[in-house]
Design a protein around this ligand. Structure first.
Ligand SMILES: [Zn+2]
Ligand SMILES: [Zn+2]
Length: 140
């Protein structure tokens, strides 16, 4: 995590009228990682740092104000920091082992979205592009 991440986090909370508490800051730090996480995984990491109820509540606040978003895998989901923290990217999610592969260099996906939007005179602001399936190890 960079100092900038923390600054941006505090700024966004303040903008939405939320105070920066120790529990909120600690919860945010648990979310700063490369891989999207389930709420269960976050709760395990939070043990001894932030209590369960606070984790649930803080995650709810973070989601509401757009600091994090859901990455859907089948009918379940994982949580990940929003684009302004981790950079815009897409995912390939394995339905069997739950592995989530980040795809970051596939600019043509975004070009395609721009192209389709332009065709309808639509101004795209946000999108998610997720692919569910089976990873290399789970395919056999
Ligand atoms: Zn897999
Ligand atoms: Zn995209």
């Amino acid at each position: 995590m960079t100092a900038d991440d923390l600054t941006l986090f505090k700024k966004r909370l303040a903008e939405h009228g939320y105070q920066v508490t120790k529990a909120r800051e600690a919860t945010f730090k648990l979310l700063v990682s490369a891989e999207p996480q389930t709420i269960r995984e976050i709760l395990v990491k939070a043990q001894g740092v932030v209590d369960r109820v606070s984790v649930y509540r803080n995650v709810g606040v973070f989601e509401k104000i757009g600091l994090i978003h859901r990455v859907h895998i089948g009918w379940k989901y994982k949580l990940e920091l929003s684009d302004e923290f981790v950079g815009h990217h897409h995912h390939l999610s394995c339905l069997k082992c739950g592995r989530v592969i980040d795809i970051e260099d596939e600019k043509h996906i975004d070009d395609f979205i721009k192209e389709v939007s332009a065709k309808f005179g639509f101004e795209p602001r946000r999108h998610q592009f997720e692919v569910d399936g089976y990873c290399k190890d789970c395919r056999s």
